[in-house]
Design a protein around this ligand. Sequence first.
Ligand SMILES: Cc1cc2nc3c(=O)[nH]c(=O)nc-3n(C[C@H](O)[C@H](O)[C@H](O)COP(=O)(O)OP(=O)(O)OC[C@H]3O[C@@H](n4cnc5c(N)ncnc54)[C@H](O)[C@@H]3O)c2cc1C
Length: 460
Amino acid sequence: MRVRPSDGVAFETKFPVVIIGGGACGLTAALTLGDAGSAALVLEQDPLPAGSTGLSSGFIPAAATRWQRERAVEDSVELMAGDIQAKARHLADAAIVDLCCRRSGPTLEWLADRHGIPFVLIEGFLYTGQSRARMHAVPERTGAALMARLLAAAEAVQADILCGAEVSELFADGDGRVRGVGFRRPDGGAERVACEALILACNGFGGNPDMVRQHIPEMAEAEYFGHAGNRGHAVLWGEALGAEARHMGAYQGHASVAVPHGILITWAVMREGGIQVNGEGKRFADESRGYSEHSVDVLAQPGGTVWDIYDSRIHALAMEFEDYRQAQAAGAVKRAADETALAGTLGLPEAALRETLALTRSSAEDPFGRRFDDKPALAPPYYAVKVGAALFHTQGGLAIDISARVLRQGGGALPNLFAGGGAACGVSGPEVWGYSSGNGLLTAVMLGRVAGESAAALVS
Ligand SMILES: Cc1cc2nc3c(=O)[nH]c(=O)nc-3n(C[C@H](O)[C@H](O)[C@H](O)COP(=O)(O)OP(=O)(O)OC[C@H]3O[C@@H](n4cnc5c(N)ncnc54)[C@H](O)[C@@H]3O)c2cc1C
């Protein structure tokens, strides 16, 4: 993943704007450029664009949207920004948080009105870090469907997307201006395309074990659940051009992935009153904090696996989620009539498990600081899933300004380089505890939109 001098390099083709990566960020940027009348080429290494977006749940947070108004949900840009910063302990870049929140509603409405991508509001419970119902999804409620709809929209406007094109090098002149990129084809061929502006939409470094070990050592042994092709190229190229990478220790972990099925079990199970117990039948941390930071506690348990335990009310709610239904069909979800049966089914010490469940119903202060009086008490029959923790995506990346221009170390912006989504530093602060649900697609979609606008303005 080199950056080479552009002097004397011959390019086979030229596009005003090149976008590396065809996930939510890259496709949103491509749609934006198409609307602006700027020719852009998306280079995607895979045979079909999917990325982590296609693996995700596809939930995008947005404030003050018409879908919220239709459901009488009162929300505002300020509330959303305040929620994100509260979770990130006010260590996220305030200007980027404000930008993403401000652009969130108008961007989803533009995708719906201009590009025919319908959204629904997810209701019924609040996601970690959100004080209002503000998660939006396409009606199918999956990331795969979100990708399918973004791709259909890109096809409808005849966006240029070249698949099987793995970008391997950038060509730049002495002041960091990118003049073009080189990419490899599946048949071993190599091609070069010149550009006047480059958008890095190739996500973070979750698929690069060396970078994970270096920046997020606590997740070095955890399974990476995102797209394996996201190998930190944006950061490597950016740093070679003198750009600043920030908050490289930040990431989205997840504490509830069914073992051995590898299926996400929605954290709504915990938000609604479920608990996690280890092999001793004991809780080990406050589940209400969030699935991201809780992942570190799960990894620290013997064997790195624990049990999600909940009841039929919560099971019914979870059945609204496609991946939970898959887990149910795969046999990951266990049912037990009472506490004795639950201990037997899970192979846990019955006395300890009884004590743990009793504590969730008592008025005594929880040793981990969680409140249990805001939800109905857990009641038989019980449900349980064996789960482990995983790294979902990295949140550290290239520092950008409010035009999504990549910033140099020591100040100032690179002349024609933009970044969004997982390629850019996110809005979660420096560590795992700062991740609010939806921060991933928030920066992918909103910064893809902003990067597209900025690149269009630069080349017009
Ligand atoms: C299981 C799971 C569930 C999630 N659920 C949610 C959720 O509900 N809401 C949310 O906000 N976030 C969620 N996330 C996080 C979210 O998926 C990501 O933050 C988001 O998809 C990032 O979008 P992106 O466009 O930056 O990257 P991607 O969608 O990963 O796209 C990047 C693309 O770049 C391509 N690429 C990489 N390098 C190169 C190269 N050198 N040349 C050419 N192409 C290249 C890749 O192949 C890929 O297609 C989830 C993540 C996981 C793993």
